[in-house]
Ligand binder design. Structure first.
Ligand code: HEC
Length: 186
């Protein structure tokens, strides 16, 4: 009997010891999703059109795009504005005029415009199409069938491991950024 009571006390103590860590994750001291959403809004380099958008997903998407997935490095030409290149020790200034509008050349491949320039859809893709592109790497525009039907350079072999929710967040964020029409239809 004594032993049981002792075990119960130990169990309660264990839960009490864990509580601060669990709740800490939600109050800003941990790495919770809420923290990432707040940070996502802080670091978005362009004005976001939030009308009709899921604000949670937009913030999370901004965090993934701007703090983790480096989309800007490859999809903005050039990635940084004049005088704002961190690689030259300058205070970072993203090239907002070309933000995610593509046009960076990688040998025979050129990054695409992934702003919502076509009917408000990022890269002109529905979410289902976007998800399919990231999961399979299949090039929806078939820009270089002579080389491969699959997107090259673009890190879809990594991104495809993201959860549906993360991909949805990226898509929602890309839907909220300014559309830039480069004249190309890709
Ligand atoms: C390492 C460079 C690189 C990074 C990082 C990168 N991309 Fe790409 N992306 C490319 C290139 C290059 C292409 C075109 C590839 C080709 O023509 O085979 C492309 C193509 C795409 C396409 C196909 C668009 C279309 O119109 O068919 C989408 C969508 C896309 N990228 C989204 C993203 C997103 C979202 C991110 C960040 C989460 C990202 N990319 C990060 C280089 C990159």
């Amino acid at each position: 009997m004594r032993k049981n009571i002792l075990l119960m006390v130990l169990a309660v103590l264990g839960v009490v010891a864990l509580l601060p860590r669990i709740s800490g994750a939600a109050n800003g001291s941990g790495d919770s999703e809420a923290d990432r959403i707040v940070r996502g809004y802080q670091i978005a380099p362009v004005h976001l059109n939030l009308k009709g958008r899921d604000r949670t997903l937009v913030g999370l998407g901004s965090y993934i795009v701007n703090a983790q997935a480096a989309c800007n490095d490859c999809h903005t030409n050039p990635p940084f504005a004049a005088g704002g290149d961190p690689f030259q020790g300058q205070p970072e200034q993203i090239n907002t005029a070309g933000y995610l509008a593509g046009g960076v050349e990688f040998g025979p491949f050129t990054s695409r415009n992934i702003t919502p320039f076509e009917e408000g859809k990022p890269a002109g893709l529905t979410f289902q199409q976007f998800k399919q592109v990231i999961r399979t790497g299949h090039d929806p525009d078939q820009e270089h069938p002579q080389i491969s039907p699959l997107l090259q350079v673009m890190p879809w072999p990594i991104y495809r491991h993201m959860t549906d929710r993360d991909l949805k967040a990226i898509y929602e964020y890309l839907s909220a950024i300014p559309a830039i029409d480069t004249g190309d239809d890709d």
